[in-house]
Design a protein around this ligand. Structure first.
Ligand code: ARG
Length: 457
């Protein structure tokens, strides 16, 4: 029986199942045990229990951890949640002294501590996965500095860019994701243990000692805040959502690129799947799933925000609902980063010929014609209007800019000379955009070097 003598009857079975979180919060067991070990040591250190009692509790807890790892500890609904499950087992193992573990503690500060310990680990894992993904993107970018790809705005051909530059854009997004998680980590790494149920405790506990044992950077200054806010989880879910936004955008591009309409990449057999009815098909299931999973993670963020918005201080059982959202966010982000890493490493091959043709076959060098005249002193807006007219004529006659004869160019404007052909060749067009942060090859090489440097740190 879990509750105090105040209770006479037993809980309705369906309600017991409804109330229980053991089905999912078992995920926290290693953190729960770590938190309890620190708490037991603190109780002994402060003389709240004897040193011997402290040792008994710690070795009992370690035994539970071993049992769990061996698959021998499988608590059920009768334990309600992971905290009760561990405490019950402890008392079975070490006898009545096990009942002293919960002195000067509540499940409220306990669960807050467990969740933060869990998230701390997971943030570290996700950041490592991001680093790996960045490495793959960087490797791919390094091979493709001079591979050109149409650059789009409004999904209309705009100006060609270096493929490396395009890939590095994602590298940068992921870099910010990595940083953002690092910043969230700092706030996750604050210890609420010792807040008690809501108001602190009458015992002479040493909160800084438990925080230090658990590797926290500091403690919550206010006990009500310590047990009741979940802003750290929301902040994490928000950072996770941004990661999914970035993955999903790249996924969307790979999906488009692999369509026959674009044909910029071919999916390798390592990451593509077939159709059960159409034998000719090769489907981009991997990026599609990533794009789909993004919605799931955004849903968890929304769920957490709504969960919190009406809660009075301090703990409310609603907070039990934070866990599945958090666990699923962590798992979804991790598998999505992994899948995208594999996809970019071995799942696609860029069709270089097709890309070369693509950038040579359009009017994405039109800005460069205007720039050519502007560099010779023609006001840019005037040059822009003139080139607009040229494009219109070319479209009508089925020609590209490169097909115009020098005489035709000069008829359009006397400032055009033979070097106009060089100026509008795709390679030149890209290479000339050497402003800081631009796609010019020199800038891209510089960016690659800086990116490599970031990964070392
Ligand atoms: N399983 C609970 C949760 O996840 C633990 C805290 C329970 N506290 C309480 N006052 N009922 O939130």
């Amino acid at each position: 029986m879990t509750w105090s003598q105040r209770f006479e009857g037993t809980l309705n079975e369906a309600i017991a199942r409804f109330n229980a979180s053991i089905g999912f919060d078992i995920e926290l067991i290693e953190y729960d045990i770590a938190g309890s070990i620190a708490h037991a040591k603190m109780l002994a250190k402060t003389g709240i229990i004897s040193p011997q009692e402290g040792e008994t509790l710690v070795s009992g807890l370690e035994q539970i951890r071993a049992e769990y790892r061996e698959g021998k500890f499988v608590p059920g609904v009768e334990s309600e949640d992971v905290h009760f499950a561990v405490e019950r087992r402890l008392t079975e193992l070490v006898g009545d002294v096990g009942k002293k573990l919960h002195t000067a503690r509540s499940r409220n500060d306990q669960v807050g501590t467990d969740t933060r310990l869990y998230l701390r680990d997971k943030i570290t894992e996700i950041r490592a996965a991001l680093r790996q993904f960045q490495t793959v993107l960087l490797d791919l970018a390094e091979e493709n500095v001079e591979t050109l790809i149409p650059g789009y705005t409004h999904l209309q051909r705009a100006q060609p860019v270096s493929l490396a530059h395009h890939l590095l854009a994602y590298f940068e997004m992921l870099e910010r994701d990595w940083q953002r998680l690092g910043e969230a980590y700092q706030r996750v790494n604050t210890c609420p243990l010792g807040s008690g149920a809501l108001a602190g405790t009458t015992f002479p506990i040493d909160r800084r000692y438990t925080a230090e044992l658990l590797g926290f950077d500091g403690i919550y200054r206010n006990s009500l805040d310590g047990v009741s806010d979940r802003d750290f989880a929301i902040e994490f879910a928000s950072a996770a959502s941004l990661i999914m936004v970035h993955l999903s955008r790249l996924a969307e591009e790979v999906i488009s690129w692999s369509s026959q309409e674009f044909n910029f990449v071919t999916l390798t057999d390592r990451c593509a799947t077939g159709s059960s009815i159409m034998p000719q098909k090769k489907n981009p299931d991997v990026p599609e799933l990533v794009r789909g999973k993004a919605g799931r993670v955004f849903g968890h963020l929304q769920g957490l925000l709504v969960l919190m918005k009406g809660l009075p201080l301090a703990y409310n059982k609603d907070l039990q609902e934070d866990k599945e959202a958090l666990f699923d966010t962590v798992k979804t982000v991790l598998v999505s980063i992994e899948a995208m890493t594999i996809l970019m490493a071995e799942g696609i091959v860029f069709n270089r010929d097709r890309l070369d043709n693509a950038v040579a076959e359009d009017f994405s060098n039109a800005t460069d014609v205007a720039d050519y005249l502007a560099a010779k002193g023609v006001p840019f807006r005037e040059a822009y209007n003139l080139v607009g007219k040229v494009v219109k004529t070319c479209l009508a006659s089925g020609k590209l800019l490169k097909d115009l004869t020098l005489a035709e160019w000069q008829e359009l404007h006397p400032q055009f000379e033979a070097d106009i052909y060089d100026a509008i060749a795709p390679r030149q067009v890209v290479s000339a955009r050497n402003s800081e942060g631009g796609t010019g090859f020199d800038r891209v090489r510089e960016a690659l070097k800086n990116a490599r440097q970031l990964l070392v740190n």
